[in-house]
Write a protein that binds this ligand. Structure first.
Ligand SMILES: Cc1cc2nc3c(=O)[nH]c(=O)nc-3n(C[C@H](O)[C@H](O)[C@H](O)COP(=O)(O)OP(=O)(O)OC[C@H]3O[C@@H](n4cnc5c(N)ncnc54)[C@H](O)[C@@H]3O)c2cc1C
Length: 247
């Protein structure tokens, strides 16, 4: 999988601070510079003042101002299973690659068996991998070899059947019913900074599945470059807790 930041609010932390300051000022933001808006905040320069205010907002649970800056991510090659999990979040906007208009008629089923088009879960070929809902612990190499063979044969056969149904004139939107839930999909998703922290609370957590955790970690790395004070604070003080960012 791969995640890229496609587009995001410029100066997100100036937006957060301005919105928060608006609540406690008699003056109007539109009539003054950002420096004037931040004048009463503790700190040497403007960066330190932003750190003071953002740290204070996050500690106090004043999350409203974090709803103003928004980021759009392009996600490549997650499973339809992972897509079903992330699209449960109702304040995130999505565009999902269509299986009605994009048909997998050119894919060679032999390559599917080798890992193309369908995500291979680590438990299919890593003997040391222990999933959260796995009965028992690690298994021996022979068992994992069998698992891998069954998995690869199954995904290959489902793509062969899918392509045969297309050849028999079945529309892609119906032929896709035989494809595995691990079939890869590309997606675009947009969310504001508050929602991003909520998604991270739920999906970077230990009880979330490995794939959505990996995607969320990539999103968080990009968020740290985009909105650094906020997401460094999140990483240091808030990550791996249920922060009640959602009411
Ligand atoms: C580890 C894990 C396992 C899961 N397993 C399952 C499962 O087995 N089956 C299943 O169905 N789901 C499962 N989920 C999904 C989960 O139940 C939520 O639907 C999903 O995580 C969306 O998060 P959210 O409820 O915070 O809502 P979001 O859509 O992210 O909304 C954010 C917040 O807005 C508020 N909100 C949004 N819409 C409403 C509304 N209509 N009414 C009131 N408040 C609202 C809530 O406070 C909510 O927390 C699982 C999630 C995780 C993380």
């Amino acid at each position: 999988m791969e995640v890229q930041l496609l587009e995001a609010t410029d100066d997100p932390e100036e937006v957060i601070c301005s919105a928060a300051r608006n609540d406690y000022m008699s003056d109007w933001l539109g009539d003054q510079s950002f420096e004037e808006t931040m004048e009463s905040i503790e700190g040497e320069g403007i960066e330190e003042k932003k750190e003071t205010l953002i740290g204070h907002l996050l500690k106090q649970g004043h999350f409203g101002p974090f709803e103003h800056p928004q980021a759009t991510f392009a996600v490549k090659g997650i499973s339809r299973s992972c897509m079903a999990q992330i699209t449960r979040h109702r304040h995130v906007s999505f565009d999902v690659q269509s299986m009605r208009y994009v048909a997998f008629d050119e894919v060679d089923p032999e390559n599917v068996a080798e890992g193309e088009m369908v995500v291979t879960p680590p438990s299919a070929n890593d003997p040391d991998w222990v999933g959260r809902n796995q009965k028992g612990g690690a298994v021996d190499d022979e068992t994992v070899e069998k698992r891998e063979a069954v998995f690869r044969q199954s995904v290959k056969r489902s793509v062969e059947d899918y392509q045969e149904l297309l050849d028999l004139g079945m529309p892609p939107e119906d032929a896709r019913f035989v494809l595995p839930i691990g079939t890869e999909v590309n997606m675009v998703m947009s969310m504001n900074a508050r929602m991003l922290m909520h998604v991270a609370d739920m999906r970077a957590a230990a009880d979330a599945q490995w794939e959505i955790r990996e995607m969320t970690e990539q999103v968080l790395d990009l968020a740290k470059e985009w909105c650094p004070i906020t997401f460094e604070h999140y990483e240091e003080h808030m990550k791996n807790r249920k922060n009640r960012l959602a009411p």
